[in-house]
Design a protein around this ligand. Structure first.
Ligand SMILES: [Fe+2]
Ligand SMILES: [Fe+2]
Length: 228
């Protein structure tokens, strides 16, 4: 049994917006994902760190969920900035149930358990728009979601999963970093960064937290092992 993470699968079975057009690593990315996931066992858990599907609605994303559901392992999903299909937890859970997608679980205002380890997280704050100052309402909502998730973990060891990087070369989202340290988070995985942005990503230990970029194109479309 192992825990993995990968972000940004950017599937588009239902809307024909394949990422292959970007070339480079994205060429044949659906096959690469299938192959990357073939290393997992059904009893493994994988956190999908947002930007799962280009579908604009659950309906449009159905085939993408079918693809993900058919891959081995339990999948814990969080929201990215392109997940326009995202709706209320009740609607999404009903949709998964009606379609028989039994391996998908939401990470949103809650935490999920991997053994005794708590998996916490939320989308995070979109750092590209940080220059103009925070949109206080959206920003505070994300902070509250993250704290709700961390609180739900109680005294358990906590791992944090975000879509947006809380740290980037020349950028730090101090409020998120403060929450991670206040709750004793040791490890934080994030996605969102693609192509040329990879070289400015922060990886490794910073103030006691280990940061790992798990955007699919950064890790060769193979889920990154986080814990045994
Ligand atoms: Fe992305
Ligand atoms: Fe993104």
């Amino acid at each position: 049994m192992a825990l993995y993470a990968i972000g940004d699968t950017h599937l588009s079975f239902g809307v024909n917006k394949p990422m292959d057009v970007f070339g480079g690593g994205w060429t044949g990315y659906v096959d690469k994902l299938r192959e990357g996931f073939s290393l997992l066992e059904p009893e493994d858990t994988v956190v999908l760190c947002g930007d799962l599907s280009w579908g604009m609605s659950l309906e449009q994303a159905r085939e993408d969920f079918a693809f993900l559901d058919a891959l081995p392992g339990r999948k814990i999903i969080l929201k990215g900035n392109h997940d326009y299909w995202w709706t209320t937890a009740a609607k999404m859970e009903r949709f998964f149930q009606e379609n028989g997608f039994s391996t998908l679980e939401l990470l949103h205002n809650n935490c999920r358990l991997y053994g005794e380890v708590a998996l916490c997280g939320t989308r995070g704050w979109f750092y590209e728009e940080d220059q103009g100052g925070h949109n206080a309402k959206i920003f505070n909502r994300e902070l509250m979601r993250l704290e709700t998730s961390l609180k739900a973990a109680g005294e358990r060891e906590k791992l944090c999963f975000l879509h947006y990087p809380p740290l980037y070369q020349g950028y730090r989202c101090q409020e998120i970093l403060d929450l991670l340290s206040a709750y004793g988070v040791r490890r934080c995985c994030y996605g969102h960064l693609h192509g040329g942005s990879h070289r400015l990503a922060v990886s490794g230990a910073q103030n006691g937290v280990e940061y790992t970029l798990v955007a699919a194109d950064y890790i060769g479309f193979t889920p990154k092992k986080i814990l045994d």
